[in-house]
Design a protein around this ligand. Sequence first.
Ligand code: ADQ
Length: 506
Amino acid sequence: MRLVIVSNRVTIPDRHEKAAAGGLAVALREALETQGGLWFGWSGAVVETGAHEVRSTQRGKVSYAVTDLTEAERQSYYLGFSNRALWPNMHYRLGLTEFSRTDYTGYLAVNRRFAKALSAMLDPDDVVWIHDYHLIPMAAELRRRGVRNRIGYFHHIPWPPAEVFGALPFSATLISTLAAYDLVGLQTEIDVRNLIAGLEALCGAKRAGDRVRLGRRETKVRAFPIGIDVEAFRKLAALSVRAAPRPIKTTRESLGERQLVIGVDRLDYSKGIVQRLEAFGQFLRSHPEHSRRVGLLQIAPPSRSDVPEYAELDRQSDEVAGRLNAALGEFDWTPIRVVKKAYSRNALAGFYRRAQVGLVTPMRDGMNLVAKEYVAAQDPLDPGVLVLSRFAGAAQQLGEALIVNPYDTHEVAEAIRTALAMPKSERIRRFERLFATIASTDIAWWTRRYLAALSEIDQSDAPPVRTGPQQPPRRKQPPKLQLVGGAAPNEALAAAGAASSRSSRR
Ligand code: ADQ
């Protein structure tokens, strides 16, 4: 049985590259190497016009098959529908959602093209595992081409409530394509509940335990909270004490005895970076005795800079950090440092280890791996304290963190103060429970558990899917989006036929 992984971006490792510590890519590569397999997706390259060839490369037991996107495809499929419509909607940000029919058409077309290319490479007993929101309708397109293999999907970001998802044009069509999968995995039970309620409300699916029936197909929907490579991260952090990478040495020297609060995120509005800076400012205003004694280091490499909302966030974070530093800093002390670059895994592990507080306060997050990395990197004899947003999926597992509402600046400010003042015995008690949790649900556990659930599914009687997701109709007025609540199937069901599905990744 061969494993086939599909993700939006595929990075082919160098021939001599040593595996980086932790990380989803490494875990998936390991799963592929164990049993042999294929990894398919976008190369990351953009070409002017569409030659659309698929290039294959072999590395040990793993084949990598990649294809380029045209500039028009990158605009519509990736920047447009995936990142300006699905991403904000799924992070509950209706006000930021920019829907365009051209983008949606481009999104469906890339999924169709990927499905066509992949179906030509599949063997009958391959197990296919598709990742994330860029590729939601891909299984429906594979089924339409007669593919009967087991196909699973993992959704890395939150699944919003039906009322929120339903605001997206063609949401019913899109959600119904999930029925083409045998197994749909989400990060938390909240996401599972939201998705099932959405399938029921938007396309009249029926629930039976952890299965959802839509037309003649049954799909399992379950939570699989993703983990990190705890052991690798722990080792890197411990090593950073003995043989510190240069950035860590310099940070230690420049901090001296000062305490450090750390934030590490892609520069993304879902991560709550601006609100976090404001909360740190509030903390210093409310507790001036901490002036000169503690600093915030926010590491935030820009991402998706071609999307206007991200460029705006970049500007806003500079503006807020500048304003707070001017108002609260001293001639020999800058309270907030914002560093916009990516660091190696060992540098990150060293930063986490040096920080007394890990400030992880997304407004909404599928899981948030930084929270788990921060815990893994702590000194068990003198650990730091994790302050964690209740809206990160990780909060469902990491209840021993200081759980905060990131919309409440005062609450976050008080949590920073509590964390900095926490007695060692309490820090150790909390750390031990957090560490036990992340160690027992690490990335190897996650991969094993998902693949075991997928291979257990008996899909011998699963009917083939004859139709894929519907193209947006040409008419001018928007299509009727019924909230059916279990009654007659709407246009989505009609479009997707008696069964179908979809999926992708950043
Ligand atoms: P992301 O939104 O990318 O992932 P997250 O889970 O925090 O968010 O993972 C970010 C990763 O990037 C971490 O491993 C972190 O160490 C790394 N990183 C961040 N800043 C960095 C920097 N400056 N230098 C180097 N590395 C940096 C999506 C979902 C999450 C979900 C993951 C996995 O949005 O909710 O947890 O997928 O499923």
